[in-house]
Structures are given as C-alpha cells and as structure tokens.
Ligand binder design. Structure first.
Ligand code: ZN
Length: 214
C-alpha cells in the first residue's frame, strides 16, 4: 500500500474533525499531497470517519484520476486539487462545515483582523463567492479567492484551510472556527475593533519566527 503515512494522517485527522466538533456525519474532508510522489491522499466519499481505514483512503493524481483505491474519492476532490495547484507551499488541506465559520459564511462576510490569531489565516479570513458543492466552478472561485491566506470562507457552505501539512491545516481550521465564534459574539453586542495593518504585520512576523508559517 503506497503512502501509508499520508493515508494514516487522512484517517487520524478525519476523526479529529469529528472529535473537535468541526464537522458532523460524513461532512467535510481532508487531504495530504506528497509532492515528491505526485499523489494526493484524500478522504473517501460518503464513508463515516469512524469506519474509515487507511486502505479506504483514495490516492489521486493532481489531475484527479484515481491511482489507487477501491472507494470513490471525496466529491470535493477538485476543491482540494485546485488549492494545491495555486499554492505550491501547501501539502495538507482540511475542508469543514464548522458551525460558526459557516454562520459567518452564510452572511457572506469575511473575518477581519479583530483578534491576533486571525494571523493563522493571514491579515483576514477572506470570503469566496458561492458555487454548487462538488463542482469545478466551486474549486475555481474558492482557489481564486484565497490568495496568500491559509483559510477562506466559502459562501453558504463552509471553510477550507491550508497548511504545510495536514496538522497545520487542521490547526488553522480550528483557530478560524474559534475566531468565527468570537466575531459572532462580538458582533452580537457591539462592533469589534480591528487590529491595524502594522499590528498584524508584527503578529505575522512573530509567527514566522516561531516557524508557524507566514
Ligand atoms: Zn463541503
């Protein structure tokens, strides 16, 4: 079985999506790109995370052809592949429907820099326009909207988070969900004050020093 480590990561972080409350049922999906081997390990379609074994994880080419696996790859595989194409620095992706991030995405708002941890994404969490789930159109509009951020809200749908590996992508998805919850709460009683561009530059420089990317 090829890419055993990547398959194990897809299983482990799929389960973590559920245990961390970032998704329910078979919602959301994760992937790992081994750029040396030119293969992406992606969650299988419509299989409960608890029932997913490493051999159920599907290996696809960057063009989306199934190279190894008996299951169907996640219907959002084109979404993952589009982000790997536009972001050569990325080797792990988590896509979730986490509640607060999706709430903000239904309002079609971005998350501004109202807390320093927004820097896990960048200077904000941008918003991608709506397109039907599982389509090349969704993959295109979302990967165009993300720019150099590590996360983007998907209008009326959810969130996608990128990282140098799946652990980093997962951490960003978790932090963006926390940021969305804080933004929601702050907006419900007042108007949060945003950090300035210079203040966010300082945070991002600090993150780079700690080797957390950006
Ligand atoms: Zn989705």
């Amino acid at each position: 079985m090829r890419m055993e480590k990547e398959r194990n990561d897809v299983v482990a972080f799929g389960n973590k999506l559920i245990s961390a409350g970032l998704t329910t049922g078979t919602g959301g999906n994760v992937s790992v790109f081994n750029r040396k081997q030119g293969l992406v390990a992606v969650s299988p379609s419509a299989l409960d995370y608890a029932d997913t074994r490493p051999q159920d994880v599907v290996l696809v080419s960057p063009e989306g052809e199934v190279v190894e696996g008996t299951r169907k790859p996640s219907s959002e595989t084109p979404l993952h592949l589009a982000h790997y194409r536009v972001r050569p620095d990325v080797c792990g992706i988590a896509h979730t429907h986490s509640v607060f991030a999706t709430t903000i995405a239904t309002l079609r708002w971005e998350i501004p820099p109202m807390h320093y941890l927004v820097a896990f994404s960048g200077k904000k969490v941008p918003l991608a326009p709506y397109a039907t789930h599982g389509t090349e159109e969704l993959a295109r509009v979302t990967s165009e909207a993300i720019g150099d951020s590590n996360a983007v809200l998907m209008a009326n749908h959810g969130l996608i988070a990128l990282g140098v590996d799946l652990a980093a992508a997962f951490a960003t998805a978790e932090i963006v969900e926390l940021m969305a919850q804080i933004y929601y709460q702050a907006k419900s009683i007042g108007e949060p004050v945003n950090l300035t561009d210079a203040e966010m530059d300082d945070v991002l420089a600090g993150f780079a020093d700690y080797g957390q990317g950006k």
